[in-house]
Design a protein around this ligand. Sequence first.
Ligand SMILES: *[C@@H]1O[C@H](CO)[C@@H](O)[C@H](O)[C@H]1NC(C)=O
Ligand SMILES: *[C@@H]1O[C@H](CO)[C@@H](O)[C@H](O)[C@H]1NC(C)=O
Ligand SMILES: *[C@@H]1O[C@H](CO)[C@@H](O)[C@H](O)[C@H]1NC(C)=O
Ligand SMILES: *[C@@H]1O[C@H](CO)[C@@H](O)[C@H](O)[C@H]1NC(C)=O
Ligand SMILES: *[C@@H]1O[C@H](CO)[C@@H](O)[C@H](O)[C@H]1NC(C)=O
Length: 953
Amino acid sequence: MGSRIWVCSLVISIQVLIIASQTNNQDYVALQSLQDIWQNTPPNWVGPDPCGAGWDGIRCNNSRVTSITLASLNLTGQLSGDIQELAELQILDLSYNKGLTGSLPPSIGNLKKLARLILVGCGFSGLIPDTIGSLQQLISLSLNSNNFIGGIPPSIGSLINLYWLDIADNKLSGTIPVSDGNKPGLDMLGHTKHFHFGQNRLSGEIPPRLFNSNMTLIHVLFESNNLIGNIPSTIGLVQTLEVLRLDRNALSGTVPQNLNSNSLLKELYLSNNKLTGALPNLTGLNSLNYMDLSNNSFTASAVPSWVLTLQSLTTLVMERVQLEGQVPVGLFSLPLLQTVILKNNQLNSTLDIGPSYSNKLQLVDLQSNYITDYARRVGYNKELILVGNPICQETGQSQTENYCVIPLQSNYSSYSTPLNNCLPTTCGSNQLSSSNCKCAYPYTGTLTFRAPSFFDLRNLSIYTSLQSSMMGFFQSHQLPVDSVSLSNPTKNSDDYVILDVEIFPSGLNRFNRGGISGVGFVLSSQTFKPPSVFGPFVFHGDGYGNFAGTHKSTSTGVIIGAAVGGSVLVILVLLAGVYAFRQKRRAERADKQNNPFASWNPDKSSGGVPQLKGARFFSFEELKRCTNNFSETNDLGSGGYGKVYRGTLPSGQLVAIKRAQHGSMQGGLEFKTEIELLSRVHHKNVVSLVGFCFEQDEQMLVYEYIPNGTLKESLSGKSGIRLDWMRRLRITLGAARGIQYLHDHANPPIIHRDIKTNNILLDERLTAKVADFGLSKPMDDSEKGHVTTQVKGTMGYMDPEYYMTQQLTEKSDVYSFGVVMLEMITARSPIEKGKYIVREVKQAMDRTKELYNLHGILDPAIGLNSTAPKCLEKYVDLALRCLEETGFLRPAMSEVVKEIENIMELAGLNPNAESASTSASYDEGGKGFDHPYSNESLFDYSGIYPPSKLEPK
Ligand SMILES: *[C@@H]1O[C@H](CO)[C@@H](O)[C@H](O)[C@H]1NC(C)=O
Ligand SMILES: *[C@@H]1O[C@H](CO)[C@@H](O)[C@H](O)[C@H]1NC(C)=O
Ligand SMILES: *[C@@H]1O[C@H](CO)[C@@H](O)[C@H](O)[C@H]1NC(C)=O
Ligand SMILES: *[C@@H]1O[C@H](CO)[C@@H](O)[C@H](O)[C@H]1NC(C)=O
Ligand SMILES: *[C@@H]1O[C@H](CO)[C@@H](O)[C@H](O)[C@H]1NC(C)=O
């Protein structure tokens, strides 16, 4: 009954559609001929009206086809010469269809309106037709990663509007064409910003004529070709240049001094050539971030003094270039310096990184030189490699030094985007789990960065910033993306940084074709721009096969076919398809509800599955693997409950794993209560729980790893971090806020019971994090006020009132915090040589004198010599109020926080500012980190994909 009505209304709508057919007939015929020779065209390419019926990947203006975007649809076949009939075509993007092969038809030159020809990562071969020079409207030409052979057509030089020229990663040969009389050449491309020619077989000299002062190039990438001869000095005329890669060729002669005029240059790669003569004087390159001059035949010289003037330098690589003499101390104080690689030279005498080395420094590799001594600098704890130097060859103590051992292969390459506070799911049938723990078929591919401004891949913040910039872009362009996962960063032999990418669909568990080609297009066309430190990039999408919408029962095209054929049978088949699809969805939904706590041991007493917020379950095997079988080298310390190990999760995240020893295990119920409690605690100043393990007679808690260790270590001077008065104030405030959170905002409220400097950790920004809830006590409403318990805690910090009455209140933590405050200014343990710090301070104190007469007892590292620590008196007053004998007289933590904020303001500090970073961070761009594509606005995305077209149906 219902289906009969449906058929009737179909017949009516067909008539309406036929009357309203919109597409220009010539365009329809051209598309049909493409469809005839291509396989895997979208299933809704049916009927005579591509524009009116909204064929996937086709956009029209009035009746004419203006854009074809079909990235990653697994199209196979050739590009037919009939394409020339699409006279109004402006955009042709067929990227990432490896099955598109054969040569480009010369008739492509007839597409007079074509502005973007984007064929990245297809299988095209043969010559690039000379007719390409007739595409006078062309703005971007991306033919990279195909199999093109032959020379670069000189006619490309006549494309006066060309902005983007990428022909990298082909098999192109011959010389780079320049104009000559009437013959055009690439030197005429005054509007082009990008010459991406790397990874070809280009030969001959780089013609001096190629560069002139009318050019606006920002990226010149000629790496990995067979270019010979001198670097033309005309390169200095291109004042806009930001990235220059001439590495991995056979260039010879001296480096032209004119390079010095490219004052905007950020990345300079001249490595692996046959350059000779003296190193050039590059004093003028004020913006240079990354310089690699390795493996050339320069005359022997000392590390040139001009290197020490490059204030923006992050990375210096000069391997095997005959450097001699001592490494200048001043090099290491360049403010943004991260990486120094001077392997295989003749550097000698003592290595000294100086007292004021860059706080961003991550790696100094001086393997195979003649260094005989190392002037150790307190606090430098980043990587230093001196293997193959005399200092490591002498017998004796030095051989056991870290710097005499090649460090273990860093595990950054196992990085993957961590889960977004959710429980991991097991996905069936080739689906993958997104970082939001949803199972789906992601669109996968790789991102290749051809000249990043950083060297070290271990800093996880580079991936986080890339991931969030991609996500932000997809969202703001209303693309149907749920999340993006990045993984497996590597550097290849061309010094490209490569990352695997998984892009997950929102809504359904798979993209529709519009969604895939939309995402593919913004990446192939460079509409998406990564953060500036990544430099020029290329995306390679995989062919995608798992489309949503293949069963579109409402697809106009299919309905036309069905009804015109008059076959009810087709409709029945369709209905069956819809039914099967629904069943499948139902099955998938059931799959999702899979119990992630299958291994939770529900012995009667431990009740149901724990209710966790943000923490996940780990198997014993997983934790065993990530601690290298609980090896001693990962042992961070121990306590009454057992040991703490450092571990690295497969995502690259470092964690601290607290493993209960057998005697101190809790019952299932207690353990469950504890993890439920801990998983609810989320505050910047409290160490958070990542997960737990509860199986095979094991109980483990997995916490985030806090790199700078305990406050106690820092106060003792062991960790090499200098805690001046300002830093101490910030740390005190952070710790107080953490405790206040536990008291006032955790639900139920938590009394820590063991506040001490050993339980306050410092992260890489010296943010205080309160740790170790081993003794914590949640308070139920019934016991609001106090809890009677067996007394636990640490001698020296313990509240005397609690000790005597066994009545635990929040004020017990306040007392312990008062002790911590005194430890902060004296750096003495609470009980040292039989003396109790609280008594010592009270005895020495004289409120009428400067600094309350405490000079003798204060920690000199506070900075007593320069200026007196501001407001120290007020700080001591507050500490002593916390240390009142009677809990009733002590301030609440909220009051303590307010008072410390007051003190900081009086001392001229902003209590809400972040403390300074102690390690490199890619978020804070120094000067010279402007966007490499700055002011590029030609890639206007709007109008190409109206959002409605992208929603999975
Ligand atoms: C569509 O074409 C007309 C001329 O035929 C032009 O004026 C208009 O700007 C075009 N619209 C778009 C969105 O390109
Ligand atoms: C630069 O452009 C100007 C004006 O278009 C032209 O006269 C001059 O010859 C050009 N210079 C070079 C080196 O091409
Ligand atoms: C390098 O050039 C700058 C300015 O051009 C000059 O001041 C400096 O002395 C030169 N340095 C060397 C080592 O030649
Ligand atoms: C270091 O090398 C330089 C240049 O080769 C040489 O002049 C100097 O004597 C060497 N110094 C030492 C301590 O060997
Ligand atoms: C791509 O198409 C070919 C045949 O045209 C097919 O064999 C292959 O399975 C398809 N790949 C995907 C991922 O769908």
